[in-house]
Ligand binder design. Structure first.
Ligand SMILES: [Fe+2]
Ligand SMILES: [Fe+2]
Length: 328
């Protein structure tokens, strides 16, 4: 049996991580007078004309119920919970996150639709802080790491969550953007800290799972939709290594491999978890389950995609495969 054909029966997973993204929660709340601007007007028109017919809360609720049935050890949500980045949407997203599980069990990072346009002094996605900060197991590590970087212990990103021999490193690529732009940016401060964190966690022999909303490599997203410093992020990953990078944003399934001294890094995108029917290249709602066996030199990772095979259908297993370089 080739490695690519091996199935879950070949190993007992030590950890199961569910990954969903781009839920674009509906309904859209009323927009207060102070939050109107050109960006939101165009976004609102787009929502009314098109997007509200695509992103279904009912479909998302069924996906969430299916995740609960699969009982993963942890759930990662890689952004775009909102549509127009409104405080009322951030509130609604927090309530939704709590339906997934408590903050120790659910990690979230923002997407470009969450940090969409200016909201003045409002806390915005800061409401999600319990889900967007180190877990109990990583609290001491976070303080030590931040102090070594000359920063306060609550510097927001990247933050680390530890689960035994696996660690999640969560980046924020979302920045407010101009109309017709959905770009992202990591910035030098996050990149510098990411490099140090990857080194430290790698030296400990942990499986390093990086979360980011935008595709992390150059050329994976169309112009005006891409990560502006993807070159720099690609270099950090190539130099310091990681065992898995998960992202959303493009609303499609994707798999790329990035060279690193620790071995090629799988970079995997997941479609939207709420799309009711296919739209252009975007498949209907799905999410990914990663079953990870950590007992070998390099972790074995099995990906299970679950979601809608067709509009209105049941949530089913769509695909199951090992994540190995020769499976491309
Ligand atoms: Fe999205
Ligand atoms: Fe996005």
């Amino acid at each position: 049996m080739t490695e690519a054909n091996r199935r879950s029966t070949d190993f007992t997973p030590d950890f199961t991580l569910a990954h969903l993204s781009d839920v674009h929660l509906s309904p859209l709340p009323p927009i207060g007078a102070r939050h109107w601007n050109l960006k939101r007007l165009l976004g609102w028109l787009n929502w009314q004309r098109r997007r509200r017919h695509l992103y279904s809360r009912d479909v998302l609720d069924r996906i969430v119920a299916d995740i609960a049935e699969q009982a993963p050890d942890h759930i990662a949500v890689t952004g775009d919970l909102a549509n127009l980045g409104l405080p009322a949407e951030h509130e609604a997203a927090l309530a939704w996150l709590r339906t997934l599980g408590d903050a120790e069990r659910v990690t979230v990072i923002p997407g470009n639709h969450d940090i969409y346009s200016h909201i003045g002094a409002d806390r915005g996605t800061g409401r999600w802080h319990p889900h967007m900060s180190p877990n109990t197991a990583a609290a001491d590590y976070a303080i030590a790491e931040a102090q070594s970087a000359g920063m306060s212990g609550d510097a927001a990103f990247p933050f680390v969550r530890r689960f035994g021999k696996l660690a999640i490193i969560a980046l924020n690529s979302a920045v407010p953007t101009r109309p017709f732009y959905a770009i992202g940016r990591i910035g030098k401060a996050q990149l510098d800290r990411l490099a140090r964190i990857l080194d430290r966690l790698g030296a400990e022999g942990l499986m390093r799972v990086v979360l980011i909303h935008h595709p992390p490599l150059p050329g994976l997203a169309k112009a005006r939709h891409d990560l502006q410093d993807a070159d720099a992020l690609a270099e950090v990953l190539a130099r310091h290594g990681a065992e898995l990078v998960l992202h959303g944003h493009e609303h499609i399934s994707s798999e790329h491999w990035h060279p690193a001294p620790s071995g090629h890094i799988p970079i995997i995108g997941v479609p939207s978890a709420s799309l009711a029917r296919p739209y252009k290249k975007e498949p209907p709602a799905r999410y990914h389950l990663y079953r990870v066996a950590l007992d070998t030199n390099r972790p074995s990772i099995e990906l299970i995609a679950r979601g809608l095979a067709e509009p209105g259908g049941p949530i089913i297993e769509l695909e199951r495969r090992l994540i190995v370089p020769d499976s491309q």
